[in-house]
Design a protein around this ligand. Structure first.
Ligand code: 9PG
Length: 553
C-alpha cells in the first residue's frame, strides 16, 4: 500500500485540465502513481486510484460483475442492499463484494453530478473494482498495478472512449451481422426432447432464423456433456437435422460448472476450485444441487475443456452458448496461482481456440474478462414471461432474477459494449399463449432487441396465431433505424420509445415486508426448502406445457 497522496501530481493534474482542449474538469486526482493525458481524459497508473469529487453526486453507475448482475444508475443516497438469498451470491453477483453497502462495481464506476455531467473511473485491466467512498471515487486492482481511464463530461462520449481503450487491450468479437436465433429455453425450459424439437424445427421451416439453438435439458448432468435419454439418437443427429434445414446448429453448455451428481465430480475432484482451507468453492445452487467450479489453470481440466469443445464441434454445432462462465473467475486457490479473472481468461482462450470459427455466445459471464474472446455476450439477466415479481422486487430485493424489467434495466446500461461484441438482450416474445407480458412490455423488449441488434425468440410456432407469426417474421426481417436521443429515450423508425419509467429500482419495502423478505431469504438458503421451491415451479411448468399440448391438438 502506498501511504502518501501525491501533492505534486495533484496540482499538475489540475493545471493540465485547465489547458486541456477537453471539458474543464473539476477533477482532483487524490491518488495515482502516475498519469498522462489522452484523448477524452487521462490514463492513470497504479494499484489504486482516487478521485476527490467537487460536490456530492446525484447518482452512481453500478457495474455488475457478470451478465445477470445489476448494472444501472442508482440514486447515490439509496444504494441497494445485499440481494437475497445469499446462497445464490456466487451465481448472481461478485462474491468478493457481497456485503459492500456503499455504491460500487466491477472494473468501472461513475457518478452523475448535479449538472448532469459524469465523472468516470474505469480500469483498463482485469481484477479491479471501483467504489464511492463519501466524496471520493476509489478504484483498486486486486493484484498488482494497472491502468485507469479517468474522464469528465457527457456519458455517451466517455463510454465510447472507454470501449475504444478496452478494444486496444482486449480486442473485440468478429465483425458481421449478429445471427437471428431460435432458442429452446424460454418456452420449454428443461422439458425438451428430440421429437418435440424436431417438430419445431419443421414448423420453423419458412422462418428467417439463422440459428436453431438447443438450450439446457439435453445433457446427462452438469459436468457430463452427453445426450440424455430424451435424445435417443444423440446430439450429432440433432445437429445434422438442424443443418439440413439450412441453419447453424446451436448448443448450450455450462462447461465450467460441475455438479456433485456428475461422474466428472466423482472422477476429478482434484480439478475443482478450492479455498484456502481446502474446501470446494461454491459456484451457487441450481438444478436442485450445489454447484462447483473447474479450476481453469489445472492442465488436465484445460485439456478436458479443449476436448469437450472439439467434441461438440465434431457433433456439428457451430454456435455455442456457453453459460455460467463466472464459475471460472470465482475467488480461490488455483493450481497455477494467478488473479481470478486472469485465470478465467486463460480458460476462455483455450475454449475459444478449440472452437475454431464457431460462433461463441458467452452468458453468465464476467464482462471485461470475456472481451475479444467471444462473438456475442448476454448483457443482462434472463427475461421471463412476466415483467416483475413482488417476491423478487420487494421481498428478496434481487434484480438479477429473471423478469422482463430486470433484463431491460441492466441491458440498457450495457449498450456501450456494442462496438466490442454482439450484445444479446435475451429473447423477445410474440406469443400470447403462456405469457403474462402485456403488449406494451413485449414491444419494449422487441425495441430493445432492435437497439441491441441481436434478435432471438423461444416462441414455439404452434403457440402463435397468424397475426403473431407475421409480427415475428417482420421483426426478424426488418432492420429499423435506431437513434438515441436521451439516456433512456430512443427513436426506432422515427417512433419514440421511452424506457425511463422502467429503470428506477422499486421503492424501499416497509419494515414488515423487509422482515418477511429476510425470512424468505433465510428459508431459501436451506437447501431442502430451495429444492422444494424448484420442484414446485417444475411441476407448474410441466402442467402448463401438458395443458398447452392438449389445447393444441
Ligand atoms: C439454462 C438457463 C438459460 C438462460 C441462462 C441461464 O439462478 N440464477 O441466477 C440463474 C440465472 C439465469 C439462469 C439460470 C439461473 O439462466 O441465462 O438463458 O440458458 O441458464 O439453465
Amino acid at each position: 500500500m502506498h501511504d502518501t497522496i501525491s501533492q505534486n501530481l495533484l496540482s499538475t493534474a489540475e493545471e493540465t485540465m485547465e489547458t486541456s482542449p477537453f471539458k474543464q474538469a473539476p477533477l482532483s486526482i487524490a491518488y495515482a502513481d502516475n498519469f498522462q493525458d489522452v484523448e477524452g481524459g487521462q490514463i492513470l497508473q497504479g494499484e489504486r486510484a482516487q478521485i476527490a469529487l467537487p460536490a456530492t453526486p446525484v447518482r452512481y453507475l453500478y457495474s455488475g460483475w457478470q451478465s445477470w448482475s445489476l448494472t444501472a444508475w442508482v440514486d447515490s443516497d439509496r444504494p441497494p442492499p445485499p440481494t437475497r438469498p445469499s446462497m445464490l451470491w456466487p451465481q448472481q453477483v461478485d462474491p468478493c463484494y457481497t456485503r459492500e453497502k456503499r455504491p460500487h462495481g466491477s472494473w468501472y464506476g461513475a457518478v452523475e453530478m448535479p449538472n448532469g455531467q459524469i465523472i468516470f473511473l474505469g480500469a483498463l485491466g482485469l481484477d479491479s473494482h471501483v467504489l464511492l467512498d463519501s466524496n471520493s471515487l476509489r478504484g483498486w486492482y486486486e493484484a498488482g498495478k494497472g491502468e485507469w481511464f479517468l474522464a469528465y463530461g457527457e456519458e455517451n462520449e466517455i463510454l465510447k472512449r472507454y470501449a475504444a481503450l478496452l478494444e486496444e487491450r482486449f480486442g473485440k468479437g468478429r465483425a458481421g451481422p449478429p445471427p437471428r436465433v431460435w432458442c429452446s429455453w424460454y418456452s420449454l425450459y428443461t422439458e425438451i426432447d428430440e421429437r418435440q424439437l424436431l417438430k419445431i424445427l419443421t414448423d420453423l421451416q419458412d422462418s428467417p432464423f439463422d440459428v436453431f439453438q438447443i438450450d439446457d435439458g439435453w445433457q446427462i448432468q452438469i459436468g457430463d456433456w452427453e445426450a440424455n435419454r430424451k435424445f435417443p439418437r444423440g446430439m450429432a443427429y440433432m445437429a445434422t437435422r438442424i443443418k439440413e434445414s439450412g441453419r447453424k446448429a446451436g448448443l448450450w453448455l455450462a462447461p465450467l460448472l460441475v455438479a456433485p451428481s456428475s461422474s466428472l465430480y466423482r472422477r476429478h475432484r482434484d480439478w475443482l476450485l478450492r479455498d484456502k482451507r481446502g474446501r470446494l468453492v461454491s459456484a451457487g445452487f441450481n438444478w436442485s444441487e450445489p454447484l462447483y467450479a473447474l479450476d481453469t489453470t489445472h492442465p488436465e481440466a484445460l485439456a478436458w475443456l479443449a476436448s469437450l469443445m472439439q467434441t461438440v464441434r465434431a457433433w456439428g454445432y457451430d454456435y455455442l452458448k456457453l453459460d455460467f462462465l463466472y464459475a471460472g473467475a470465482l475467488p480461490g486457490q488455483r493450481y497455477t496461482p494467478m488473479p481470478r479473472e486472469a485465470a478465467y481468461r486463460e480458460g476462455l482462450k483455450v475454449i475459444r481456440q478449440a472452437l475454431g470459427n464457431a460462433y461463441l455466445l458467452t452468458c453468465g459471464t464476467p464482462i471485461l474478462p470475456s472481451l475479444g474472446l467471444c462473438d456475442g455476450m448476454r448483457i443482462g439477466p434472463d427475461v421471463a414471461e412476466y415483467w416483475i415479481s413482488n417476491r423478487d422486487d420487494m421481498l428478496l430485493r434481487n434484480f438479477t432474477i429473471p423478469g422482463g424489467r430486470n433484463a431491460l434495466r441492466t441491458t440498457l446500461h450495457r449498450l456501450w459494449l456494442r462496438p466490442l461484441v454482439h450484445t444479446d438482450p435475451d429473447v423477445v416474445y410474440f406469443r400470447s399463449q403462456l405469457n403474462g407480458l402485456s403488449e406494451e412490455q413485449k414491444s419494449l423488449l422487441q425495441n430493445l432487441a432492435h437497439i441491441c441488434g441481436f434478435k432471438a425468440t423461444s416462441d414455439v410456432p404452434a403457440w402463435l396465431n397468424e397475426e403473431e407469426r407475421q409480427a415475428l417474421r417482420h421483426f426478424l426481417e426488418h432492420q429499423p433505424s435506431v437513434e438515441r436521443i436521451g439516456r433512456y429515450l430512443w427513436l426506432v423508425d422515427g417512433q419514440p420509445v421511452d424506457f425511463a419509467p422502467h429503470i428506477a429500482l422499486p421503492p424501499a419495502p416497509s419494515p414488515l415486508a423487509n422482515l418477511q423478505g429476510a425470512l424468505m431469504g433465510s428459508l431459501a438458503n436451506v437447501r431442502l426448502c430451495y429444492r422444494f421451491f424448484e420442484w414446485i415451479s417444475r411441476q407448474n411448468l410441466k402442467n402448463k406445457l401438458r395443458r398447452q399440448d392438449r389445447d393444441a391438438t
